[in-house]
Design a protein around this ligand. Structure first.
Ligand SMILES: *Cc1c(COP(=O)(O)O)cnc(C)c1O
Length: 365
């Protein structure tokens, strides 16, 4: 299976799935990341043996030895993407090949073995197929897919683990913003940075999130919804939020977003927005933006809109920015027209309501 050939997954259906009635109750108001489907995918890895025992089985706790390497040294990576119901009742994933590539990049950074991209994609198709009844009804919800892998070797020495477990779990999710998209406020943390050059900022690993929790708590204490990080070297330039990339819209319609220099996570939503904007004939600049440029631009009107983007919320307008030196408002604190238009274009492609010129929509069923 190391060649990336199609694997034969062993399917072991859950002998006690959630009843139709209970599932429908859960799906009426799924929230985010609270409820889970009946199954999970597991694939094991051992040095010398490669990836083995690909399975679809009942979702259940995983027995774990207290000396499992991940519990001590955090060798772990994950992905996040969504499957949507199409207008004809079919089901599709959005750009799962990009998630497969990023998962491989994250694995490389964390000294983990790379799962072949075709196996990653097949694992997603397997769980969607067996748990297809878990897609929320209506045209706002989706099935959030969470592939991840961790060091499972029982060993306390500090070196890459020789054993790993890859899993996929799935969680039905409702609209991120119940009651419509609303702008968030962000706190520019003066105390914490997210990622330094040479660090793990471009890898999607749990450790980055653990390190960000204190900063997020600081944002809440300061009355803001989300934390935004400055670069670790000069403490001047906007990097990203804890789990979303940042994009600015100038008064001439140009999009500006921080460049991928290794300290920010290469978001697939970010990349999709760049491609959509360029198709619209907009100029897109990938360059550093300082907090000072943001502040003076928001005040002068040069920076008209700002938004955060990522799979969970797609596009979230940024209304207010608070830092140790004071507070300012972007675009009157509301949602700008470019933000609204890009969001609609992207969501319509994801849900199969608009044509898909880039081949982003991968039909599963
Ligand atoms: C996942 C993630 C994003 C957004 O990536 P998408 O592929 O658009 O979901 C942005 N920043 C961080 C830190 C992330 O972990």
């Amino acid at each position: 299976m190391s060649g990336g050939d199609n694997l034969e997954f062993e399917i072991r259906p859950n002998p006690a799935p959630v009843s139709d009635a209970e599932r429908n109750t859960l799906l009426a108001n799924p929230g985010f990341g609270r409820i889970f489907t009946d199954h999970m995918v597991t694939i094991r890895y051992a040095d010398g043996k490669g990836w083995y025992e690909p399975r679809v089985e009942a979702r259940a706790p995983i027995p774990m030895d207290p000396a499992s390497a991940v519990l001590h040294y955090a060798q772990e990576i994950f992905e996040g993407l969504k499957a949507y119901t199409l207008p004809d009742g079919g089901i599709a994933m959005f750009r799962p090949d990009a998630n497969a590539n990023r998962f491989a990049q994250s694995a490389q950074r964390m000294a983990m073995p790379q799962l072949p991209g075709e196996t990653f994609l097949q694992s997603l198709r397997e769980i969607i197929t067996i748990d297809r009844d878990w897609l929320p009804p209506g045209d706002e919800g989706s099935l959030y897919l969470r592939p991840f892998a961790y060091a499972s070797e029982v060993f306390l020495g500090v070196r890459p683990s020789m054993e790993y477990l890859y899993l996929v779990i799935a969680s039905p999710v409702g609209p991120y913003f119940s009651g419509g998209v609303k702008p968030v406020s962000v706190w520019v943390t003066p105390d914490y940075t997210r990622a330094a050059p040479g660090g793990t900022g471009a890898a999607k690993c749990g450790g980055n999130y653990a390190a960000g929790l204190s900063a997020q708590a600081e944002a809440i204490e300061n009355g803001c919804d989300q934390v935004v990080y400055l670069d670790a070297v000069e403490r001047k330039y906007i990097d990203e939020l804890g789990g979303m990339n940042v994009v600015f819209v100038l008064d001439d319609g140009t999009l500006v977003t921080p460049p991928l220099t290794g300290t920010i996570l290469p978001g697939i939503t970010r990349d999709s927005i760049i491609k959509l904007a360029e198709r619209d004939g907009r100029k897109v600049e990938e360059r550093p933006v300082s907090l000072e440029e943001w502040r003076s631009g928001a005040t002068s009107g040069r920076i008209r809109e700002a938004f955060a983007c990522g799979t969970a919320a797609v596009i979230t307008p940024i209304g207010a920015v608070k830092s140790a030196d004071g507070e300012f408002v972007v675009a009157d604190g509301g949602t700008g027209s470019v933000t609204t238009s890009l969001r609609k274009q992207l969501v319509d492609i994801q849900r199969g309501r608009a044509s898909d010129p880039f081949g982003w929509v991968h039909r599963v069923l």
